[in-house]
Design a protein around this ligand. Structure first.
Ligand code: GTP
Ligand code: MG
Length: 420
């Protein structure tokens, strides 16, 4: 049977095709993991709605009033420093660390992990916080996210917020009457447009201004936003997280969209995210391609450095006194970082979640796992080296394969762009 041409494929078929293409090439394993996650989210209509905006606009306060519970810490100075996801369930809070550790904490202690003052520059290494709450709003199976604010003195918060945009399908973009929309917000919104499919523009703290002041503010923002979004009529949601005025209208609009067009939102959002992912994949392939064409000595030097790191990890594993699960994750992070530094390419490992009560690896299993990690990386790199050492025919075939893959990915990317 003839393969369907890209322009006749729907988003489900394109996602499938991208997964298939990426799975055939080890240098894009990170992008493959992202594509598989998008495929799962698309099929399950697993939607993420995030509140985003500049610091102190009242994102956490609004999250609390939407969810009907005071679960997020709120404050007068920059507060939220970690992405905080909320899903439906019995009330409990989990802190997920970058090394895979997951710790159940008391809601009253959340500020110790989430707030900038108590966890400066994310010294605790927190990846995200997951809250389970029995909220009506979450019953539709969505994940609600409160994000750190952009543009404060704390650069880390801005980076975390920008990173998270890659996961949001719909966003509540929060402005506040105490400050007209500014360049920081405009830049952030421009970035958000590349990833999210739906925007709800909310203006908070309306309890602090008069009716006339609010109208002047809304007119001004509508004018700026219409230009930015390329739409004539921008719907604004004036709210007060403090008095709850207007929050029901905002919730109703979101719920209505989720009920009527979840497929449409997820399809649009997936299309945008695939576009970004393919661009990352293509630059990865370009790098691989460059490594294949790299000066022999340069390549050799970098390989030697990796071999030294692998030897060092093997030595440390031998003398490791315990906490084996944790160390496996540390080794994965170290190796990915090293490959990235030396070759500029992602080397993807899944970081295992270390939930409390999880059985600890035995020393023997730990050494086996460490060896697997080391030899896996060593094999991949040796394969590149081998291709270089092999006859010109094999090298050419490999380079051709990368070229073919790049071409097909470009075709799908361009078709996604054309649809946007
Ligand atoms: N008057 C009034 N104050 C509000 C409202 N919403 C939030 N605030 C106040 O604004 C301040 C900031 O609120 P947060 O919810 O912490 O703001 P945020 O956007 O989450 O801040 P970061 O997490 O630091 O980015 C707090 O002092 C809140 O009490 C509102 O609707 N009206
Ligand atoms: Mg906050």
């Amino acid at each position: 049977m003839l393969e369907k041409s890209v322009k006749d494929m729907n988003i489900y078929e394109k996602t499938e095709r991208i997964c298939e293409l990426l799975s055939d090439e080890e240098s894009v394993s990170g992008e493959l993991a992202r594509a598989e996650n998008l495929r799962r989210k698309l099929c399950e209509k697993d939607m993420t709605v995030a509140v985003i905006g500049q610091f102190k606009r009242g994102k956490s306060a609004l999250s609390n009033s939407i969810l009907g519970d005071e679960i997020m810490p709120v404050g007068i100075v920059p507060v939220t420093s970690a992405v905080t996801k909320v899903v439906a369930g019995e009330k409990r809070a989990e802190v997920c660390f970058e090394n895979g550790k997951v710790e159940e904490v008391d809601f009253r202690d959340l500020h110790m992990y989430i707030s900038e003052q108590e966890n400066k520059n994310n010294e605790l290494g927190i990846k995200e916080v997951v809250l389970h709450a029995p909220s009506e709003f979450l019953k539709r199976g969505l994940t609600f996210v409160d994000t750190p604010g952009v543009g404060s003195f704390h650069k880390n918060n801005t980076e975390v917020a920008y990173d998270h945009m890659k996961e949001s399908d719909a966003v509540i973009f929060l402005l506040s009457v105490d400050s007209p929309i500014n360049q920081i917000e405009i830049d952030f919104l421009k970035n958000a447009r590349e990833f999210a499919a739906r925007f709800y523009f909310a203006v908070n703290k309306i309890d602090t201004v008069s009716y006339d002041e609010l109208n002047t503010y809304l007119e001004y923002c509508k004018m700026v936003l219409a230009k930015l979004m390329g739409e004539e009529n921008i719907r604004m949601f004036p709210v007060s997280a403090k008095t709850m005025e207007g929050t029901e209208k905002l919730k109703d609009a979101i719920i209505q969209d989720l009920r009527v067009s979840p497929e449409k939102i997820m399809e649009e959002s997936t299309s945008k995210k695939l576009y970004d992912l393919i661009n990352d994949g293509i630059s990865q392939l370009n790098f691989y391609w460059k490594a294949m064409n790299m000066e022999y000595k340069e390549l050799d030097d970098r390989f030697n450095q990796i071999e030294l790191t692998l030897a060092d990890i093997r030595r440390r594993a031998e003398s490791c006194p315990g906490a084996y699960n944790l160390f496996i994750n540390e080794f994965k992070r170290e190796l990915s970082g090293k490959v990235h530094k030396l070759f500029g390419m992602e080397y993807h490992y899944d970081i295992d979640l270390l939930k409390i009560g999880l059985t600890e690896l035995s020393k023997e299993e730990f050494l086996k796992k460490t060896e697997e990690l080391c030899s896996d990386l060593s094999d991949t790199l040796n394969r590149i080296l081998l291709y270089r050492e092999e006859n010109a025919y094999t090298v050419c075939r490999r380079i051709n394969k990368i070229n073919r893959l790049t071409r097909e990915l470009r075709r799908i990317r361009d078709s996604l762009k054309a649809e946007a």
